[in-house]
Design a protein around this ligand. Structure first.
Ligand code: PEP
Length: 255
């Protein structure tokens, strides 16, 4: 299935329990009419997924995903959720390698690749997050860091699986900090990622893969970001917690 661009992801992180999720959906759906010309995906906490889906019943345009999974399909892994369980709960996407998983919880590149493979094997779409730390940017290592993360992230996927992913470029220094990469800087990294995807799956398939930007996306910078030719959408943290702000972001006119 090819995803309709632009792609808007709302990563709620560890916010909005079931009751808040219901209130959010009620407000958001009043502000954002059903839309077939874009992809909108929410990543609520796992405990809020069922309530989100119940509240959003009839809104097939609003998709849901999980923020993380463990790579084993089932078993004695207390506290973890697997990709098949996420699918059973109605998720169609799962984030892998978010910078908070990498840098707060210590997920390594090897962990991320196992997760990407497990998500894809379960028939879900992985949202592979990549991005450099500030010190890596300052040392001029953006290209090498992002190249390594994308290469490793996709290394266990068959070609047809690699066509069904989303790549999120999220410079770590821009996440939750209020600092946004300029559209120009982000576009440059997106071009690099696009080139890698072209080599991996060919030009037509690579063009269809959403490469999205994340890092302090707000109502005030969304238009400039989406005007950049290689930015196919956004992954939004803080601003996705407000139904009003996120509805405005999701309504942005696509170039
Ligand atoms: C994120 O969580 O992926 C993110 C980009 O967060 P924020 O928009 O708050 O920077």
């Amino acid at each position: 299935m090819r995803l309709v661009k632009p792609f808007f992801g709302g990563n709620w992180k560890m916010n909005h329990g079931p009751r808040a999720a219901r209130r959010f959906v009620e407000e958001f759906t009043a502000l954002f009419p059903p839309s077939q010309d874009r992809t909108v995906v929410f990543f609520p906490p796992a405990v809020s997924l069922a309530e989100f889906r119940t509240a959003a019943a009839g809104r097939e345009d609003l998709l849901v995903g999980l923020q993380d999974v463990y790579w084993e399909p089932s078993g004695a892994f207390t506290g973890s959720i697997s990709a098949p369980l996420a699918k059973d709960a109605g998720a169609t996407f799962v984030i892998a390698g978010h910078s908070e998983r990498r840098h707060v919880f210590g997920d390594s590149d090897e962990d991320v690749v196992r997760k990407v493979a497990a998500i894809s094997a379960a028939g879900l779409t992985p949202v592979l997050c990549v991005g450099e730390l500030l010190e890596e940017r300052d040392r001029g290592e953006v290209e090498s860091v992002v190249t390594r993360q994308v290469e490793i992230g996709l290394s266990q996927l068959q070609a047809e699986e690699a066509e069904r992913i989303v790549v999120a470029y999220e410079p770590v220094w821009a996440i939750g900090t209020g600092r946004t990469a300029s559209a120009e800087d982000a576009n440059e990294v997106h071009e690099l990622i696009r080139g890698m995807l072209v080599e991996r799956v060919g030009s037509a398939a690579a063009r269809a893969i959403p490469i999205i930007y994340g890092g302090s996306v707000k109502t005030s910078n969304i238009e400039e970001l989406l005007a950049a030719p290689e930015i196919d959408g956004v992954l939004v943290g803080g601003a996705s917690l407000s139904p009003k702000d996120f509805a405005q972001i999701c309504r942005t006119v696509w170039r």
